[in-house]
Design a protein around this ligand. Structure first.
Ligand code: ZN
Length: 298
């Protein structure tokens, strides 16, 4: 059987992490963990992760509290317990700790990480982005401040609570027998074709979002729409909901506002890695999983 890239739980999903949500309001316990030398800190700057290269590879948890002047700063987000160690995410906001390291994009680092590390870093990146983009209250415009160990922002004037956002997006592999549709958006790397995707709009079910996106982007009508699995996609704040669907009507017609090309591909031409006519999506994506899973059925 052909290997399937990135089976569920897909990369960037937190695994083996105890979120210990009941501790987020436990100030005394959190203060102890901030000073605990066994605690660990993920540090970010402009959503890139600080890593230190060690003999066994890049260390994404290079900071212990002693490197931060004795304790993890209060503004760090408590992510949870990994193997009973507290892990925090700290947006450095220009303050470099006394440590030599480099800042790396999560997607570049992911292939070098274990599943638990990749999930934790994705979670850290998503929360860092949310904090950066919710500094002011959407109701009254006053500044907000982080509370509950960084899992809520509260308005300093009207006390409205603001919670981390995750935007649902559907992603679908459309098939008809031994063929599937892959499309290419202008932002893709050269030669790459992928599954169709789009954000869920207010008032839509996931299934109706799948049908609308496919109709809008390539003009096809779908029969059965089948849910497969989901993937957190913190670039910056999506949850990808993966589907398989059968085309039953319409003819392929590309909506040029969204795609620059879309084509039917035979399973055989995608299976032939040496002569594959296009580049498939990166192995860290649910798009690649949906394609590989279908290819393995042939
Ligand atoms: Zn307010």
């Amino acid at each position: 059987m052909r290997p399937i890239a990135n089976p569920p739980p897909h990369v960037y999903t937190t695994v083996d992490l105890d979120r210990a949500a009941s501790r987020r309001r436990d100030a005394a316990w959190l203060a102890e963990r901030r000073r605990d030398p066994t605690s660990r800190v993920v540090a970010l700057e402009d959503l890139q992760l600080l890593v230190v290269d060690g003999p066994t590879g890049p260390d994404p948890f290079p900071l212990d509290p002693s490197l931060l002047g004795g304790a993890v700063p209060e503004r760090a987000v408590f992510l949870g317990l990994l193997e009973d160690r507290a892990v925090f995410a700290l947006d450095l906001e220009g303050e470099r700790p006394g440590i030599e390291g480099r800042f790396v994009e999560l997607r570049a680092l992911a292939p070098l990480l274990g599943a638990a590390e990749a999930g934790l870093l994705a979670y850290a990146r998503a929360l860092a982005h949310w904090h950066r983009t919710h500094r002011f209250c959407g109701r009254c415009g006053a500044p907000t401040a982080a509370v509950e160990a960084g899992h809520v922002r509260r308005c300093t004037a009207c006390a409205a609570d603001i919670f981390p956002r995750t935007d649902p997006a559907v992603i679908v592999l459309v098939t008809a027998g031994d063929r599937c549709v892959l499309g290419r958006a202008p932002r893709f790397p050269p030669g790459m074709y992928s599954t169709l995707a789009g954000f869920v709009e207010p008032g839509e079910s996931l299934e109706s979002a799948v049908r609308r996106e496919v109709r809008e982007e390539v003009g096809l009508e779908l029969g059965a729409v089948r849910y497969r699995s989901s993937q957190p996609w913190p670039f910056p704040q999506s949850l990808m909901l993966g589907f398989r669907a059968e085309a039953v009507g319409g003819t392929l017609a590309i909506e040029l506002d969204e795609l620059e090309d879309a084509r039917w591909f035979h399973r055989a031409e995608l299976l032939d890695e040496a002569n594959r006519p296009v580049r498939l999506p990166n192995p860290d994506s649910i798009a690649r999983f949906l394609i590989d899973e279908w290819l393995a059925e042939g």
